[in-house]
Design a binder for this molecule. Structure first.
Ligand code: TRP
Length: 332
């Protein structure tokens, strides 16, 4: 809590390649938040291991995620960027909070229910406890606001419950976080099945665009995006494919939905799709170049995450010490 700026915390798992949806839905918005808020942007590697990870891939992706944050314009001078496992307080606070969290409330989590359905029977206790770790992430920094998509709203809700319960049991310890709801364009859908959220785990590779997809791949995927036979560029629930492409275009260019409708009146989908593809390429190409540069510069990345973890450790430990004291542990 520096000055009177409100605190924001968010994190992304280094568990797979990021999509255009992750970029437009999360990171691009973070860039706008950094002036107004005190921001913590975390690479949540402890969350990533709730499902099996190949060690060398996890290492590569963790650094790549940091490079993506930087390349997208998150300024390491203004924000605290760090790797979750470099701040042991997260694991420790998660245990303390686990002891006042109920099996019942965790078993109601939609994401857990869905993920355990697909796990072939071997569900790790980590996957079950995942929301408690997320609560620890948030509560340790006395976070005011958490930018979350729809899929994480339930996890934020339980983080609030967990924080409130601790405050009740042991007296006021945590700020109770509120969701920060992004404006238009937060949710990008699958290009092939526009009723589903864009995800790298989608069945059809043409359904998602990866941050690192080369321009020709982006053009091909947008060209193949599902539309409809109406031939009108309009924003409504009957034309989910077109609506999604419009969302992408407005989020990247800032041109309003009305202006887009006006611009493509009578033009059909072909020019529209070309323009959407070019907008994505223009947005991602410079970022891709920077990601490659940052990823190659290990020493620079190391400097960033070490500095980040110093600050994060300081703040998180302060909260953790309070928790320990209130619980009745002997001070070290
Ligand atoms: N669970 C989040 C996701 O999968 C990632 C995450 C972990 C997070 N800790 C967080 C997001 C704290 C916001 C705040 O998307």
């Amino acid at each position: 809590m520096e000055g009177n700026k409100k605190v924001i915390f968010s994190g992304i798992q280094p568990s797979g390649d990021l999509t255009l949806g992750n970029y437009l839905g999360a990171i691009k918005n973070w860039v706008k938040l950094q002036e107004e808020y005190e921001c913590y942007f975390c690479v949540v590697d402890l969350h990533a291991i709730t499902v099996k990870q190949e060690p060398k891939d996890l290492r590569r992706r963790t650094l790549e995620m940091l490079a993506i944050y930087l390349a997208s314009g998150i300024d390491p001078e203004k924000n605290t960027m760090f790797i979750q496992s470099h701040v042991p307080a997260h694991s420790e606070a998660a245990w303390l909070l686990t002891c006042s969290t109920y099996m019942g409330e965790l078993s109601r989590m939609t994401q857990y229910k869905e993920k355990s359905k697909n796990s072939g029977g071997n569900i790790s206790a980590g996957l079950f406890n995942y929301p408690v770790l997320m609560a620890a992430d948030i509560l340790l920094y006395q976070t005011d606001l958490v930018p979350v998509g729809k899929d994480q709203q339930q996890h934020l809700e339980i983080a609030r419950d967990i924080g409130e319960r601790f405050n009740r049991l042991y007296s006021d310890t945590f700020v109770i976080p509120e969701p920060y709801i992004a404006k238009l364009g937060a949710k990008i859908m699958d290009l092939q099945e526009p009723n589903k959220k864009m995800s790298k785990s989608g069945e059809n590779v043409n359904g998602f665009i990866l941050i690192m997809d080369p321009p020709e791949v982006i053009r091909k995927k947008v060209n193949r995006a599902v539309t409809d036979s109406l031939g009108v560029v309009a924003y409504n629930e009957q034309q989910l494919g077109v609506k999604n492409l419009m969302t992408i275009l407005t989020t990247i260019t800032g041109i309003s939905i009305e202006e887009i409708e006006e611009k493509y009146k009578g033009l059909g989908y072909s020019q529209f799709k070309k323009d959407v593809a070019e907008a994505i390429v223009a947005e991602l190409e410079p970022i891709q170049k920077k990601i490659v540069e940052y990823t190659a510069n290990k020493a620079y990345l190391e400097g960033i995450y070490k500095k980040g973890s110093e600050k994060a450790n300081y703040v998180a430990n302060k909260t953790l010490r309070k928790m320990q004291k209130k619980i009745g542990f002997i001070p070290r």
